[in-house]
Ligand binder design. Structure first.
Ligand code: ATP
Ligand code: MG
Length: 269
């Protein structure tokens, strides 16, 4: 197993219990979406997985490494985490140095670094920017993509994206999802925190639902997003295409599935 959490709980100093008795396994090649209302504990769970926070009880393992006893830099060789707020991640003078930073830390040669930086910037659609562009000259969405590039360049086994679609237009959201899909095809895993059910339905294979510090549902995407009663009772809005499919008495989640199911039925007539 790539990642394993057993009975993990975490409480912020003078704060609430943000993660409560969570057990979870993540394998290789998984594309997982983590959903939940604001304050449910999603970011805290992500930070526990990458070792930025340590469990108060229970344990988190990345491969054989226990996050409690392993330096964060060592965990970061396996798990890449892109913060919800890119300003918290970006600190270099140029976009080149920003993406190169983690690679330099790992002792790669400058030729390899340049190759990876250029490739990663291209992947997030920043390939047209001069490499000496100062990050503060980027828009919020561009900074977020820069943050993604700096993690992508390290080729982690698990990429965690915390609400990466914030501030991005739809075409760029798709681009991010395609990058994730390519990683998954290479056997890497992705955990994406997002409220965008449309993107989840198209790309993720598994959905985790957090509520009040706990995981209340863990299942294949089709089952979770197709469970209209569950979603409504938890205050989520199912996709319109899922609701319409229900009304028509067909089994579909996304508009694409709905259209092809209807076309198939028509062809059978
Ligand atoms: N640094 C902190 N100190 C104290 N409490 C915190 C801290 N960060 C988060 N919390 C609290 O822990 C709980 C879980 O927060 P978390 O950020 O993990 O939620 P989230 O699901 O990521 O929410 P959002 O969708 O708004 O990003 C919330 O009650 C929050 O107020
Ligand atoms: Mg969050």
């Amino acid at each position: 197993m790539l990642i394993e959490l057993k009975n993990v709980s975490f409480t912020y100093p003078n704060g609430p219990k943000a993660v409560d008795k969570v057990s979870l396994s993540i394998g290789r090649g998984e594309f997982i979406a983590l959903i939940g209302h604001s304050g449910a504990g999603k970011t805290t769970l992500a930070k526990l997985i990458v070792g930025l926070l340590k469990p108060k009880t229970g344990w988190v393992k990345v491969g054989d490494l226990d996050t409690k006893t392993t330096p964060v830099s060592k965990i970061a060789e396996h798990v890449g985490y892109v913060f919800q707020n890119p300003d918290l991640m970006i600190f270099s003078a140029t976009i080149y140095d920003e993406v190169a930073f983690a690679l330099r830390n790992r002792g790669y040669g400058e030729d390899e670094i340049k190759k990876r930086v250029v490739q990663a910037l291209k992947e997030v659609d920043l390939g047209h920017k001069p490499l000496d562009t100062p990050p503060y000259m980027l828009s919020f969405g561009e900074k977020h993509r820069l943050a993604i590039a700096s993690v992508l360049a390290t080729e982690p086994d698990l990429l965690i994206l915390d609400e990466p679609t914030t501030g991005l237009d739809y075409a760029r959201c798709l681009k991010i999802m395609e990058i994730c899909e390519r990683l998954v095809k290479k056997g890497k895993s992705v955990l994406i925190i997002t409220h965008d059910f449309g993107l989840i339905a198209e790309y993720a294979s598994r959905v985790l639902v957090m509520k009040k510090s706990r995981i209340i549902r863990d299942g294949v995407t089709k089952d979770v997003l197709g469970d209209v009663e569950f979603l409504k009772s938890e205050g989520f809005m199912p996709l319109q295409s899922t609701l319409l499919a229900r009304k028509l008495g067909v089994n579909a989640i996304t508009p694409r599935e709905l259209a092809s199911t209807i076309l198939e039925k028509k062809a059978l007539k």
